[in-house]
Design a protein around this ligand. Structure first.
Ligand SMILES: C[S@@+](CC[C@H](N)C(=O)[O-])C[C@H]1O[C@@H](n2cnc3c(N)ncnc32)[C@H](O)[C@@H]1O
Length: 265
């Protein structure tokens, strides 16, 4: 929420990128612009669509939901691909900025935003979209919220549509990251200094590491609601070896991240 507060206070969206852009793509600098920020999203959209096996989807005429859109780094490019894009986020201030980003770099006529105030419920009817896509978001939620959002993703996708959700699982570096992140999150509750710490780059990045989930845990929550499941992982991680799923490696991924891609029954 600190990024949203900062985003709401900055004058221009270029200022937002300079002050809070690092939340999304880890780039910093006084000269950063929204155009550069959106270019990083543009550069990822197509490789991810290909790696996730979504390139064969007839995207024109389809509705996609982006879970955790932030200020629209990838959303702009999605609106150029899909007929309708529903950008969802916990933070209403970021959704406001997302509309500005798409107005400048995408197709605002194709964008709808949907706030997730409780962090776990998507305010859309069952079977209302063709694809739910989520990148670097579900690792930042409370663990139970991440699991609830995965079920919500399946609920809002029509039968035959797909989910493509990115999670993060345990890795050696978590021996340090995990306890430090807990300490940072505790510091955010300190009177007066807490809100300031929440806006500092390094502590914020540590504190945002809110959960680690394995593919088997996520799959057990989804039961038999999805089929044709592929687990995509970084090439430096061994396959998760889950029976009945397809294992694929993608060079563009960090070893602690993994994606679940599946067709909704
Ligand atoms: C690191 S940013 C990623 C934004 C975007 N996906 C991108 O690649 O630029 C994570 C986003 O997830 C949102 N978020 C965190 N927890 C959430 C939740 N429980 N429900 C919805 N959005 C959430 C944050 O507000 C933030 O905008």
């Amino acid at each position: 929420m600190a990024a949203g507060v900062a985003a709401a206070h900055e004058h221009s969206i270029d200022d937002v990128v300079r002050e809070t852009g690092w939340v999304f793509n880890n780039q910093i600098g006084d000269q950063l612009s929204l155009a550069q920020f959106v270019a990083t999203g543009d550069a990822q959209t197509e490789p991810f669509m290909n790696a996730l096996g979504l390139q064969s989807m007839p995207v024109e005429g389809q509705t996609m939901l982006e879970l955790g859109s932030g200020i629209g780094r990838m959303t702009a490019s999605f609106t150029r691909l899909f007929n309708r894009v529903i950008a969802c986020d916990l933070d209403a201030a970021l959704l406001e900025r997302c509309r500005e980003t798409v107005a400048q770099f995408g197709r605002p006529d194709r964008l709808q935003t949907s706030h997730i105030p409780d962090g776990r419920t998507i305010a859309l009817p069952d079977d209302s979209v063709d694809l739910v896509f989520s990148y670097i978001t579900l690792q930042h939620c409370h663990r139970d919220d991440a699991l609830a959002l995965a079920s919500e993703a399946v609920r809002v996708v029509r039968s035959g549509g797909r989910i493509a959700l990115d999670f993060r699982s345990w890795d050696l570096q978590d021996l340090v990251l995990w306890p430090t992140g807990k300490l940072v999150r505790a510091s955010w509750r300190l009177p007066r200094v807490g809100p300031m710490i929440a806006q500092w780059r390094l502590p914020a990045r540590l504190g945002w590491q809110a959960n680690r989930l394995s593919p088997s845990r996520v799959l057990s929550g989804l039961g038999d609601s999805i089929t044709d499941v592929t687990i995509l992982r970084g090439p430096k991680r061994r396959g998760f070896g889950i029976p009945g799923t397809t294992d694929r490696a993608f060079a563009g991924m960090h070893r602690s991240h993994w994606w679940i891609v599946g067709v909704v029954r």
